[in-house]
Design a binder for this molecule. Structure first.
Ligand SMILES: NC(=O)c1ccc[n+]([C@@H]2O[C@H](COP(=O)([O-])OP(=O)(O)OC[C@H]3O[C@@H](n4cnc5c(N)ncnc54)[C@H](OP(=O)(O)O)[C@@H]3O)[C@@H](O)[C@H]2O)c1
Length: 231
């Protein structure tokens, strides 16, 4: 697998924040967008923050898929299915697609502190239904605030990684621990994304109530359950 990471919808706060952290860690990142110029301008902004050595570029989403087999999907739920249908011909078997989408009620005019029901169980399971055979879907990073990712401080959060493909889980866990202080935890099957996505709505509600950027830590598991930068 190529290590180039294509962040689809990478012009928004979630995708830009993840891309920024991975570029800072020395990874090669492509920002994907529906508009190549917008993607390039986000890539330029990241390069300005990180420095001239930054390995980041921007292109239209389909071109980004064609250039990488490690994809991260960071679009609002209302655009997820249509975008995946459009990108289907560009998604190659053997690729890993990490889905960050949360089905917030805000996508249908409701509150960001509530979610909407998804027939398949979760946004990530909907993605799994829409990608071509041979593309492994992972759910991860839904509980990490973009405000924190786009800042300079370490990220005081655990990332729960769910997938039906253990190889894809490992790939996502390795990416998660590129972000300073993040620990990655294998969260089991993709169906558990249903629960992880709901936690985002809770965190948004807490952040509104307490005016913060709260994240989540899981305590009490054996040391071996936590992957961190050192391991
Ligand atoms: N923001 C957070 O703190 C956070 C944290 C965890 C998870 N998430 C989840 O991550 C996802 C992205 O969050 P975000 O805040 O970055 O969202 P966003 O700013 O609303 O959207 C991200 C990007 O998606 C593209 N996009 C928007 N509507 C689209 C559509 N209908 N079809 C295709 N592409 C579309 C846009 O890029 P172009 O116009 O350039 O194509 C936009 O810049 C969401 O599902 C969100 O729930 C967000």
């Amino acid at each position: 697998m190529s290590r180039t990471i294509a962040v689809l919808g990478g012009t928004g706060p979630a995708g830009t924040g993840l891309a920024l952290r991975w570029v800072r860690a020395g990874e090669t990142v492509i920002i994907g967008s529906r508009d190549a110029v917008r993607a390039q301008s986000t890539a330029d902004a990241i390069r300005q923050q990180v420095g001239a050595q930054a390995k980041v570029s921007g292109m239209e989403n389909a071109a980004a898929c064609a250039a990488s087999d490690l994809l991260v999907l960071t679009v609002p739920f209302e655009g997820q299915a249509a975008l995946l249908k459009q990108l289907k011909p560009a998604l190659r078997p053997g690729s890993v697609l990490i889905d960050v989408t949360v089905p917030l009620a805000a996508s249908v005019g409701g509150r960001a502190s509530r979610t909407i029901g998804v027939w398949q169980g979760s946004a990530a399971q909907q993605t799994a239904e829409l990608v071509p055979k041979g593309v492994s879907v992972v759910a991860a990073f839904q509980n990490v605030s973009a405000d924190v990712l786009n800042g300079d401080d370490d990220v005081d959060c655990d990332v729960i990684v769910c997938s039906d493909d253990p190889r894809a889980t490992q790939v996502a866990m390795e990416l998660a621990v590129k972000i300073p202080r993040v620990r990655a935890i294998d969260g089991g099957k993709l169906e558990n994304a249903r629960i992880v996505e709901q936690i985002t709505a809770l965190l948004i509600g807490l952040n509104i109530r307490h005016k913060g950027h709260g994240g989540m830590r899981i305590t009490g598991l054996p040391e071996a359950a936590y992957k961190s930068f050192a391991k």
